[in-house]
Design a protein around this ligand. Structure first.
Ligand code: SF4
Length: 244
C-alpha cells in the first residue's frame, strides 16, 4: 500500500517552486515552517513563501557566531515581511562550549561544533513540526545532488520540502534582483555562501562557490542536510544546564 507521500513525491518533481510551496503550506498549515540561514537561496524562498502565506513561520539556527551583516539582515527581514524569526540556540553558549570542550572547537572538530550549535537545536525544533521547508539546491554540493522537492527526512523523521531543488544559482539571483529581495551585503564581497564567521571566507577568482566554507577541512555540510553523526550523549546538556 502506498502512502500519500509516496504518491506526492514523484508528482512534486513536475511542480514549480511556487506550486510546491502552495501545496506544502496548504497541506501542513500550522505544522510546517520555513528554515533559512539567510543566504541568497533562503531569501528567495522567504520572499516566495511570504507572498503565498503572510505571517508564515520562519526559523533559523543562530549559532551566536554569525556575521554582523547576517544579524542586520534578520532585522530587515522581520520588518519587510512583518514576521518574527524564531532563533534556535544551542544549549551551550559559545563561552560554555569553550569551558567544556576547549577553545576554538570549530578549528579542531567542526563536525562536533556544527552538531552542538546547529544540528541538535534543529532536531529539537523539528520534533514539533510535521514538515520543514528548506532552500537547498541540487547543484550546491555533491551531497545535495539527489534532493527531491518533497521527501521524507529520515534523519529528523519529518517531511522535508525543497521547492528550489532544481533551480540554478543564476535563477536564484535573477529572481532576487527582479523582485527586490533583500540580501546579505557579503554576497557582493565574494562570499557566495555565508555561515559562521570562523568558518567562512571570501572566495578567490576561479574557486567554487563552496570553497569559502570550512577552508582547510574536507567538509561541505554542517549536518542539517546530511547524515553527520549526532552529538555524543556525554556532552549533551539539558535546558537547565545539567548533563543528560
Ligand atoms: S560553521 Fe563553524 S563555528 Fe559554526 S557551528 Fe559549524 S563549526 Fe561551529
Amino acid at each position: 500500500m502506498t502512502t500519500e507521500l509516496d504518491e506526492i513525491i514523484p508528482v512534486a518533481e513536475t511542480w514549480s517552486a511556487g506550486q510546491v510551496l502552495d501545496w506544502a503550506l496548504a497541506r501542513y498549515g500550522e505544522h510546517v515552517a520555513i528554515a533559512t540561514g539567510f543566504g541568497i537561496e533562503g531569501m528567495v524562498l522567504l520572499d516566495m513563501a511570504a507572498k503565498i502565506k503572510p505571517g508564515l513561520k520562519v526559523f533559523t539556527g543562530d549559532t551566536e557566531l554569525l556575521f554582523p551583516e547576517t544579524y542586520e539582515l534578520m532585522d530587515r527581514v522581520e520588518q519587510k515581511y512583518n514576521i518574527r524569526i524564531e532563533r534556535l540556540y544551542s544549549d551551550l553558549t559559545p563561552e560554555e562550549q569553550e569551558l567544556k570542550l576547549g577553545p576554538s572547537l570549530w578549528a579542531r572538530d567542526p563536525d562536533l561544533c556544527c552538531s552542538i550549535r546547529k544540528v541538535e537545536p534543529l532536531r529539537r525544533k523539528l520534533a514539533s513540526l510535521r514538515a520543514w521547508v528548506t532552500a537547498i539546491r541540487r547543484t550546491q554540493t555533491p551531497e545535495r545532488a539527489g534532493v527531491r522537492k518533497v521527501d521524507w527526512d529520515v534523519k529528523f523523521s519529518v517531511v522535508k520540502i525543497s521547492p528550489l531543488a532544481d533551480w540554478s544559482r543564476q535563477m536564484i539571483w535573477s529572481y532576487a534582483l527582479s523582485h527586490g529581495v533583500p540580501y546579505n551585503p557579503l554576497h557582493d564581497r565574494n562570499y557566495p555562501t555565508i555561515g559562521c564567521t570562523h568558518c567562512t571566507r571570501a572566495v578567490k577568482s576561479g574557486e567554487s562557490p563552496r570553497a569559502g566554507r570550512w577552508p582547510g577541512f574536507g567538509k561541505n555540510e554542517c549536518g542539517l542536510h546530511s547524515s553527520a553523526p549526532p552529538v555524543p550523549p556525554a556532552i549533551r546538556v539539558s535546558a537547565s544546564g545539567s548533563e543528560d
